[in-house]
Write a protein that binds this ligand. Structure first.
Ligand code: 2AM
Length: 177
């Protein structure tokens, strides 16, 4: 199973975000039900490791996350792959989740955590002019008037890749209190 841990987002956040993504001049908008903020990507995990994974995530003790949003930006370096809304608030929770998972033996890549909600997936190569149209769209958006919101749980999801896009199934929820 392809697994990841994420903060689910309330409709008060996902509804304006999907409208914003659908107004973009290019790229494939992430479906509203798939919008989330990834905390840890586990990749392929065997069924037999699920109890250990659930055990590790159950040890994470943290208060609800006050999530605030910053800017809509193209992420992925010089060849941007996605457009995302950057966020602040889940950094401490991220650290607790990652250390609980590592302690339980799950290998996670060492990369800087930049909290974000992916809104659009971009084509591999942008046609001439598309880059400028995207830059103008992003500049117009500035900081969208969304949030802050309090999130009182995090979720373990299974991701299934289909030709028409990914489907995410919540497997377990963990309360933040
Ligand atoms: P994203 O939020 O940056 O898009 C489910 O696939 C989620 O896991 C996606 O939302 C994606 O993060 C993240 N993800 C997918 N592949 C990944 C990888 N190889 N490394 C880190 N995160 C990944």
């Amino acid at each position: 199973m392809r697994l990841f841990v994420a903060l689910p987002l309330p409709e008060a956040v996902t509804a304006p975000l999907v409208r914003l993504a659908e107004a973009a001049p290019l790229g494939r908008a992430v479906a509203e039900e798939n919008l989330h903020l990834t905390l840890a990507f586990l990749g392929e995990v065997g069924q037999s490791a699920l109890p250990a994974l659930d055990g590790a995530l159950s040890t994470v003790c943290a208060p609800p996350v006050c999530l605030s949003f910053h800017e809509v930006a193209a992420l992925g370096g010089r060849q941007a792959r996605v457009v995302a809304l950057t966020a602040r608030g889940p950094e401490a929770l991220y650290k607790r989740i990652v250390s609980a998972l590592r302690l339980a033996g799950f290998a996670l890549p060492r990369r800087r955590f930049r909290a974000h909600v992916t809104l659009l997936r971009l084509p591999r190569r942008l046609e001439p002019g598309q880059e400028q149209r995207l830059a103008r769209f992003l500049a117009r958006l500035g900081t969208p008037p969304i949030g802050p919101v309090s999130i009182d749980r995090f979720t373990l999801y299974a991701s299934q890749l289909h030709p028409d896009g990914a489907r995410y199934e919540p497997l377990a929820e963990y309360a933040l209190r």
